[in-house]
Design a protein around this ligand. Sequence first.
Ligand code: SF4
Length: 239
Amino acid sequence: MAESLQSQLRKHLVALSAAGVEFVPIAPPAPVRLFQSSPNESAPDPDADRRRQLQTVASEAAKCDRCAGLFATRTQVVFGGGPMSPDILFLGDAPGADDDRDGHPFRGEAGALLDKILGAMGLSRAEVYLTTAIKCRPPRNRPPTADECGNCRGYLDRQLELVRPRAICCLGETAARALLGMSGNIRTLRGQTHDHAGTPVVCTYHPQEVVQNAALKRPVWEDMLRLLKLLGRTPPPKS
Ligand code: SF4
């Protein structure tokens, strides 16, 4: 006699638990939220076609189950968002617990610090694009695996092609390695300008690392100054 659905389900849950999965959401996936700036409805939107294509990519990601462990535990896919053609796109490694709950990247303590850094640069969250190398939260906020980064790479590549930032800033070693396909650590990756498909890339520490080690504030600020210089911008005077 065929194994009962109840028995199959029990075995599946035991396997997920052994793999480190902490809970299985019972609600259907929430619709993906891009939180990108809305164009003025009365004016023609030159980016309308790119926005539509980006929404299509986000909708595909919202249903994605390529990473079985992440699909089973995520609350929602956190695609990221911001304006089209921004000066800077910030790339983290993966959504954290707060991001998974809210649907936006860089929430919580690390996000609050990123907001402060942006303010010191003369920017606001609404002026930059924020996203992550993988779009689903790994259980217990562990770093994404190389396989997960590979699975999600197609979404990231299409996102970058459509958003067209003037510069990319990788936050943390995992994001930098995922984007650049390089094996160095963040100490060797920062301090130079890399290239991704013709777009300059600057790497620095992840804000979460700075939250845990205040000594990293200075090198992060040096990296942000270099990023601003690349863009021909200067930070506002300190108030
Ligand atoms: S991390 Fe990316 S590839 Fe993996 S399940 Fe989520 S959307 Fe799909």
